[in-house]
Design a protein around this ligand. Sequence first.
Ligand code: MG
Length: 385
Amino acid sequence: MKNIVLLGATGSIGIQTIDVCLAHPDEFNIIAISAGKNISKLKEILNKVHIQEVCVAQKEDAQLLKKEFPDISIGWGEDGLIHLVTLSSADLVVNALVGFVGLTPTLKAIEAKKDIALANKETLVVAGEIVMKACRDHKIKLTPIDSEHSAIFQCLQGNDIREVKRLIITASGGSFRKLSREECKNVTVKQALAHPNWLMGEKITIDCATMMNKGFEVMEAHWLFNLSYDKIDVLIHEESIVHSMVEYQDHAIIAQMGTADMKLPIQYALSYPKRLELCGSECLDLVKVGTLHFRAADKIRYPLLEFAYKIGRMGGNMPAVMNAANEVANLAFREGRIGFLDIEDIIMKTCDAIPYKKEIALEDIYEADYLAREKASEFVKGVKK
Ligand code: MG
């Protein structure tokens, strides 16, 4: 039985993680969860699942919840998150937070020798080197929940990473894959949030449409599997059936296939190396699918993908700058303050404006995040709509 701490319980990954755990009560026991500001969803969970410890974003919410759930220990803010990930009874931390806020709890969990199932890709984007070194130093297992990385992880089982020729990360192309750049100029938030294959949170759905998400995933793969950027390719695959592939030096390509359902990568990250029955999900019917399509990822159509390779190769503080600028611009677009193509413009201008530091410590990452948010917010204000 694994005792699990779940960060980001009310989000898309969080809810599905709870479903996976409830389907296997002999394997998994959720002892603590965190939520942000979605208190009504949190109450639903607390009324359904017996949880001992909870953390929310705001003190006021914690105080109100305490009255309604007097038997549950309820904390708040970053200290509350750190308390959860360092609980002595915890075996595994599932980090399903969205954005830069996921970094500190990941590092604190690693220091407390907790294994990590990671859905918070921004953790590796901004501080991949530091996080992976901490995992090695503390002998921690970090398993990916991101579907592409779970696919690669599965394709690597029983093989030697030194025999890998390249990783092939698949991309659906996002909500605007049928549109030209010209046609992307005036798209609405509602259109951007309608992902063709996956039902996900809002921030990542926009990141898919801009391809920033795929750029992040290239960086995530670089750190997770310790392979150079030259060995990581992206292929557009509109059906989202092949979740990613590994090509070996003997030219064998091993792919992992499945329906567009995050429950499998979540469950595998929790149960690894075991494979459990997947409850409440349909099997993939290849006869129904019939045909699979693949095409190259167009660098001109998706400049942020190419840009992410450049920033990834630069390293240092730049990935943190790019991530922060993206968080600001992504939110500004969702709030209707900027246009869709302004997102990439603001990210690139912010990376240009912040001085590059090659050799960095953890403090430099927090500093880069802060400075880039300030700068990107200025650029957002300068956009004429
Ligand atoms: Mg993904």
